[in-house]
Design a protein around this ligand. Structure first.
Ligand SMILES: CC(C)(COP(=O)(O)OP(=O)(O)OC[C@H]1O[C@@H](n2cnc3c(N)ncnc32)[C@H](O)[C@@H]1OP(=O)(O)O)[C@@H](O)C(=O)NCCC(=O)NCCS
Length: 177
């Protein structure tokens, strides 16, 4: 298990399904998440979780919890490229009451540490809706820089949003340690 100052990550368990169902249909959490444009059933999430409990060479999903063991949400590495040593990360804190309290910053910093030190990657990137100010602020705090933008790339709640691409090089991350 890997821990930060506020959170830790662990492998996802099938028993996480009840936790997941508490947030996957909450638009306050999901409106800026790509995979949740329409309501999700328990059966769909159960099937997804079957895959997420198994790490692959290219995708690793984790449950995110407080150091006291309270479930917070999920995060992970996606499209891991072992030759070019980069990966995309994703994260969702599923509890509205816990948003904006520093858990995301601690979790993303933990993912950076795991990505660079455990997986020996050289670059970590992410994609975020331009309107997701809280997420962007969190990523900037963790050292991510905007490197590009797809215009009108995502549609949610009746509006087009640009998609911002942000990344951190390992050398940049090391200078912040
Ligand atoms: C994105 C996410 C992981 C960030 O985690 P978090 O714990 O909420 O973020 P943090 O508290 O570490 O940092 C958020 C920062 O944004 C600020 N903030 C909070 N709400 C904000 C808002 N509506 N607009 C702008 N900034 C906001 C906070 O004050 C904080 O900055 P500060 O430390 O300088 O005060 C979390 O909000 C989340 O899971 N959201 C729902 C799913 C999602 O959008 N995932 C990301 C998809 S790319």
């Amino acid at each position: 298990m890997f821990s930060g100052k506020l959170v830790r990550i662990r492998g996802m368990e099938k028993s996480d399904l009840d936790h997941i169902m508490q947030w996957v249909n909450n638009p306050e959490i999901t409106r800026f998440l790509l995979a949740f444009t329409v309501p999700m059933s328990r059966a769909m999430e159960e099937k997804w979780l079957d895959g997420a409990t198994q790490h692959t060479a290219s995708d690793k999903f984790f449950a995110l919890e407080t150091l006291a063991g309270e479930y917070l949400g999920g995060c992970g590495f996606h499209h891991i490229d072992a030759i070019n040593r980069h990966t995309e990360i994703g994260i969702a804190i599923g509890k509205e009451s816990h948003l904006g309290q520093g858990y995301g910053e601690d979790a993303v910093k933990l993912l950076l540490r795991v990505g660079f030190h455990a997986l020996n990657l050289n670059k970590i990137y992410l994609r975020v809706f331009a309107g997701n100010s809280r997420a962007i602020r969190c990523y900037v705090k963790c050292g991510f820089k905007e490197v590009g933008r797809h215009r009108q790339h995502r549609f949610t709640a009746g509006e087009w949003h640009d998609e911002i691409i942000m990344e951190v090089l390992r050398s940049e991350w090391e200078t912040r340690l």
